[in-house]
Design a protein around this ligand. Structure first.
Ligand code: NAD
Length: 352
């Protein structure tokens, strides 16, 4: 190996899956530690860079970096969000890749598929919140939406609350619900997974845990359907009527200061003067560090909204990298053999 060779490891989605990286416990633990590190000042977390290509459809590519000083890891998620993709082309909306570098010499160590990590992060945040906010004896989950986030959320919630036995899913079409049932039933074999023939109320009204993960921008979830003791994880944009947040005894966010400047239901309420800082019980960090209480009674209805703390993506990606490398997965990528002017044949390659 040449003195100036630089190598990094490439992991496809299949490499990551094959080495056991679809592990929501691992993702929850990585997210929890990352939240604590961030609040201890151990993470460099610059603003994301957003490039929007179409204002109407919001087709965009975002660049989200973060550095974990103690681990000596700097990473970036390069994520494409193309909302028309599913309806127009029958392909996924979100796709991502992640680069990790060490910060001793500054060289890249991994280039990996990032959609799996990105979707796991969304599920892990909801599941981490559920650990503190859902009833530990919850048996029933009701999900509105049957897409990628809804599926990952089911695995995440089952990991956080193993007593779950029944899942009802309501989507825009029966065929999507059927696909959800077909794909998810073998993954959660001790659960009964059923569609509701698009009845949102039928999915939600028996549920101890409610998830909305839709592409709708409409008040789908009604306060009247939410039973006492329910925990609600809001994943999409605007998908519940304002009365839901008003009904809930506690509102918790991953980070309220970020949420209030976005376009989620809570953000809309804040911007319309219908919700104030005082209405927010806690951020996730307050629960993780024990600064604030989670659930305090079996009858509380609790609302959780996460819009995404991108440093947690890098924390999960690093945990995946360590596991996949340990399993011997991935391929070596040679970035360079030697430094530019060390190449013996450089004179033949230079164009002047
Ligand atoms: N909070 C976060 O950190 C985060 C991260 C990624 C994505 N998201 C959001 O999560 C949402 C879901 O993403 P996805 O990748 O699962 O999308 P997807 O396109 O795979 O699935 C969307 C689902 O919404 C359902 N839906 C749409 N309108 C509906 C209606 N009126 N009634 C019932 N169901 C309806 C569709 O049937 C579909 O099952 C999107 O809004 C996305 O922007 C949030």
């Amino acid at each position: 190996m040449g003195r100036h060779e630089i190598h990094c490891r490439y992991f496809s989605q299949e490499d990551l899956l094959g080495s056991g990286c679809l592990d929501l416990s691992m993702a929850m633990e990585a997210s929890k530690e990352a939240i604590k590190s961030f609040h201890a000042g151990d993470i460099i977390f610059p603003e994301k860079i957003v490039q929007i290509f179409n204002d109407d459809t919001q087709e965009r590519i975002n660049c989200l970096p973060a550095t974990f000083k103690k681990d000596g890891i700097c990473g970036v998620k390069w994520v494409s969000v193309f909302p028309p993709n599913p309806a127009k082309h029958g392909i996924q909306n979100l796709s991502a890749v992640i680069i990790l570098s060490e910060i001793e010499h500054g060289f890249p160590i991994a280039f990996m598929e990032g959609t799996l990590c990105s979707n796991m992060r969304v599920g892990a945040m909801g599941a981490l919140a559920a650990r503190y906010l859902a009833r530990e004896d919850s048996t029933t989950i009701g999900i509105i939406g049957a897409g990628e986030q809804a599926k990952m959320h089911l695995i995440a919630m089952k990991t956080a609350i193993p007593s779950l036995r029944e899942c009802f899913v309501a989507a825009k079409s029966v065929s999507e619900e059927e696909e959800f049932v077909r794909q998810m039933s073998p993954i959660v074999p001790d659960m009964q997974v059923s569609g509701t023939e698009t009845s949102l109320e039928a999915a939600v009204s028996p549920a101890d845990i409610i998830v909305t993960a839709t592409s709708a921008q409409a008040p789908l979830l009604k306060a009247a359907w939410i039973r006492p003791g329910a925990f609600y994880s809001h994943v999409g944009g605007w998908e519940d009527e304002f009365a839901v947040a008003k009904l809930c005894d506690k509102i918790v966010c991953d980070d309220w200061n970020t949420v209030k400047h976005r376009t989620q239901t809570l953000s809309r309420m804040y911007q319309e003067g219908k919700l104030s800082d005082d209405d927010i019980h806690a951020d996730l960090v307050d629960l993780v560090t024990g600064k604030k209480a989670g659930r305090e009674s079996p009858d509380e209805r609790i609302y959780f909204n996460a819009v995404g703390l991108a440093y947690t993506d890098i924390a999960i990606a690093y945990a995946m990298y360590l596991r996949a490398r340990e399993a011997g997965m991935g391929q070596d990528l040679k970035i360079q053999h030697e430094m530019i002017f060390e190449h013996l044949h450089l004179k033949d390659w230079v164009r002047t």
